[in-house]
Design a protein around this ligand. Structure first.
Ligand code: ADP
Ligand code: MG
Length: 499
């Protein structure tokens, strides 16, 4: 598979500016066919078949959970990643708005990460976040400074149907997944529309290009150069079993083009093989580490013993560039998201009033559980809220009547437990007909989508080397499902068709 065939062409968007997007009027003369359930069944089957072949030939794959070793050994038990057969219509205005927000959020994360006191104010959090905060407070005690800071974030949004407002779901600052596979889905959809666009009345040029993978690779290469040790390697911190490993391998495979070695280690292995030299160099298995890329470490499941916590602390103490550092990680927690949405808080971190207004416009209602008015309302009309614990990775949120029950239970138990949750306004995006592909099977359903925009940020002391909007991830899930993870089995990968 030629690595150069990866998506980089087309409607590239850089630094918040989206170039030359072809609108529907200039595009195909026919009215676009967005009622995908109305497509002739024979044509649909043909498209589905072609899509499955394309995915297999181009590495749009994950480990197959029915094959035991598929999460451990590359090349064993591959299946196509779940995807939507055709792209989702998405308004160009809100797409541009989301792209413009990426560098502002990256700047915000950087500023917040420097305010140790602000991050520590969430101390009353749950046990897991408390341990992250302990590491952070140890770094404050020894006055550890991260001079080179690398952030590969993804800000996720839903488009509220009634208000047409683009509202942020969350900002991921650790392990932002799918920079590799999301690009491939964009290419898949373009390829399908090149072939079937005439029949469907859809123009492949209306699917914006996706630069996530090449930007991620570029960011790592630049960070490695800043670190300035030609013998040092980039270390991927991974889970022992990872069915989404190909999304990660797409990043490490491209290192061939930059002549930078990458290694993959679990937290337990880092504990056993890791060593910190007096000058701050981190050695793992005898190799000096330039950049640490976390694709694990965001959930309590990644810390089954003290060994993993020791590894996390060791990495944090080192002079390797961490993507993310403990401060960047904490800046992306849901509690911090809720604190930043309070009046006058953004002003503490950003100077530009226009930027502040842009961020605020995408904030949904967010509340802590010490707000008695909102608790009362959420108990009365729980369907208008989502209750979120301090967790990442999908499957943790509380919806509907469970919100009421959990709030009543926490009220009974006293206040301590409630610091671990936030309340959020429930967003209701438009529902549209979709065709989902999972395990080679085509399935029609009603669906909703969540748009994620990647941001890459690299800074060395006062010099911002990179602050780019860089590609996107669209995830589509059946409208009856509350949660959104792709690997968790709730959603499929998708791309957008600008309208
Ligand atoms: N305010 C909300 N309104 C509607 N759906 C939401 C809201 N917040 C989260 N969700 C759904 O729940 C999923 C998981 O929530 P998220 O905040 O992204 O947590 P996680 O860290 O688990 O990904 C999202 O992908 C989205 O589908
Ligand atoms: Mg999420």
């Amino acid at each position: 598979m030629a690595q150069t065939s990866l998506p980089s062409s087309g409607l590239a968007a850089k630094c918040g500016k989206v170039e030359e997007v072809k609108t529907q009027e200039e595009g195909s003369a026919r009215k676009p066919m967005f009622d995908y359930h109305g497509i002739d069944q024979d044509i649909l089957q043909e498209i589905a078949y072609d899509a499955l072949v394309w995915s297999s030939l181009h590495g749009l794959v994950v480990g197959d959970k029915s094959v035991q070793r598929s999460g451990k050994v590359p090349g064993v038990g591959l299946v196509h990643a779940p995807f939507a057969l055709l792209p989702v219509p998405f308004p160009e205005r809100q797409w541009r708005q989301a792209c413009e927000l990426a560098p502002i959020f990256s700047e915000l994360v950087d500023r917040v990460s420097l305010d140790g006191k602000f991050l520590q104010e969430t101390k009353k959090a749950d046990a897991f976040t408390s341990r992250l905060l302990d590491i952070h407070s140890k770094m404050l005690e020894i006055n550890k400074k991260e001079e080179i800071r690398l952030g590969l974030h993804r800000s996720d949004y839903m488009l509220d149907e009634q208000t047409k407002l683009l509202l942020q779901i969350e900002l991921n600052t650790i392990s932002s997944s799918f920079p590799g596979l999301s690009c491939l889905v964009t290419e898949l959809h373009r390829s399908l529309l090149n072939h079937y666009g005439e029949v469907l009345g859809l123009d492949p040029k209306s699917i914006p290009g996706n630069t996530a993978l090449s930007h991620f690779v570029d960011a790592f290469a630049k960070a490695w150069t800043e670190h300035n040790n030609p013998r040092a390697v980039v270390m991927f911190v991974v889970q022992a079993e990872e069915r989404n490993m190909y999304d990660q391998h797409w990043i490490s495979a491209l290192y061939n083009t930059h002549s930078i070695t990458t290694i993959r280690k679990t937290m337990a292995e880092i504990d056993t093989e890791g060593e910190l030299l007096p000058d701050g160099t981190l050695l793992v298995g005898g190799k000096a580490i330039a950049v640490i890329y976390f694709r694990a470490g965001y959930t309590p499941n990644d810390y089954p013993s003290e060994s993993e916590w020791k590894a996390r602390l060791l990495m944090e103490q080192s002079s390797a560039i961490k993507c993310p550092s403990i401060s960047y990680h904490l800046a992306g927690t849901k509690k911090i998201q809720q604190e930043l949405a309070k009046p006058d808080v953004l002003e503490r971190f950003l100077d530009n009033k226009e930027d502040i207004a842009k961020l605020r416009k995408c904030f949904a209602g967010l509340w802590s559980l010490d707000d008695s008015e909102i608790i009362k309302k959420a108990i009365e009309i729980p369907e208008l809220f989502v209750m979120k614990p301090q967790r990442e990775g999908g499957g943790n949120n509380i919806y509907g009547f469970d919100v009421r029950e959990t709030l009543l239970r926490l009220q009974k138990e006293g206040t301590d437990g409630s610091a671990a949750y936030i309340l959020m306004q429930r967003i209701f995006p438009s529902v549209f007909p979709t065709v989902l592909m999972r395990d080679g099977i085509c399935h029609k359903d009603q669906a909703i989508s969540e748009l994620g925009i990647y941001g890459a940020y690299l800074r060395n002391k006062n010099k911002v080397i990179m602050n780019d909007q860089c590609g996107y991830l669209l995830r589509t899930k059946v409208s009856s499902s509350d949660e959104g993870g792709v690997v968790a089995g709730f959603a499929v990968l998708d791309s957008i068709y600008l309208t």
